[in-house]
Ligand binder design. Sequence first.
Ligand code: SAM
Length: 425
Amino acid sequence: MSDDKNQPETAQSSIKTRAQYETYPYPARNPEDEDKRLISGSPGNWEEVVHFVFGGRDPSAQTKSGKIKILVAGGGTGDALVMLAQQARDRKAKADIVYIDLSESSRAIAEARIKRRNLEKNVTFVTGSFVDLAKDYGPFDYIDCCGVLHHLPDPNEGLRALADSLKPNGGMGLMVYGELGRQGVYHMQEMMERLNAEAGGARRLNFGKALFNSLPGTNWLKRNPFVGDHIHGGDAGFYDLLLHQQDRAYRVDEVFDFVDQAGLRLQSFIEPMRYDPTTYCSRHDVLEKAVHVPFRERAALAELMAGNITKHTFYVVKAKNKTKPPVPSEDAIPYFTRVDGAALSRSVAKTGNIKITFTGLSVTRTMPTASPAILSRIDGKRSVREIYELFQPKPEKFEFNAQFAVMYSVLNAANLMYLRLPNKK
Ligand SMILES: C[S@@+](CC[C@H](N)C(=O)[O-])C[C@H]1O[C@@H](n2cnc3c(N)ncnc32)[C@H](O)[C@@H]1O
């Protein structure tokens, strides 16, 4: 057996990370719960991927085989894997999915969840580091890597390894921690370090809990309402949030640099609205300076204004890939995600606006007057033109298109509506 202390620092970090997830697979999941619900979220939600990575066109219709290849890198206990495999089946999309994780015990839970849903046919499970292994299983159309890169000894190298196993027209959905919203988390990690706390396992957990419980109400972590895994996520959540020994967080500028160094281009943050200064401020004298600047600058400013961004979820493509998310056009087919369209239509008809809440902040947006009528005609199959044709009497086309565009920009920025484009002939 090797002595960890003789290993180089990076190898030691990986050993600690692996040991943590062997003992505390994260997030804690019970395979039997697959009978009751499907966990879905960002990144990796199928519609989001089609919209932000593939420009609104079904990716399986764009490959010769009609099949797409997906990698879930650092798949943990299987949330993204199960979501993607189930969503592919529900949409009759042909997808081969590769799951890679360091931790055997996490893999066992992910495998049991996949089996419970009879989805194992198109899934390959691999134990090891995706930094070494991704290229052996690629190239991929889509890579999902959520909450993993910030735990690598060298995240830049990790992202480059993923970029190298991506097809030229493929893309990735990524999540890394956000520094500002995690105020207090790194204070806790530093205290553990200064106190020379236990190296790992249950002793580290117990010591960490004792320390946390002894902190005064003035401590930043105790005062931070935006992180809650240490309270609601069980032992695995407490450990993952506060006791990790290989963990870093990013500011918006660092996310851009991270993406750049891997030869990638950022398509969009999720939710786009959170990275827009106009979400937080309505003063013209401030916005005059805040909006006529490049996207990176606007996003960095928005992060500082908001203060509640605990993680950055975003989609990237290769720098040379020209694909952009679709914009409203007569052929585009709008559809809802994460929201019941009929209920939204009724609520907008009643109030004239929409209230969106993210991580403790509620934002209200006034909606164009035709919104309820448009919303009630959206069924995920009709194009913008067909929706217009349903109006009797027909409004002025220019006016209809303008109202649709404003309504869509609000809902899309809140991640509630996307556009699908017909496949190219
Ligand atoms: C915080 S968990 C996230 C799990 C999952 N992506 C999710 O969002 O639910 C981090 C996972 O990354 C895995 N991991 C860390 N470094 C890895 C590497 N180099 N290769 C493969 N897996 C890795 C860990 O074993 C752990 O299961």
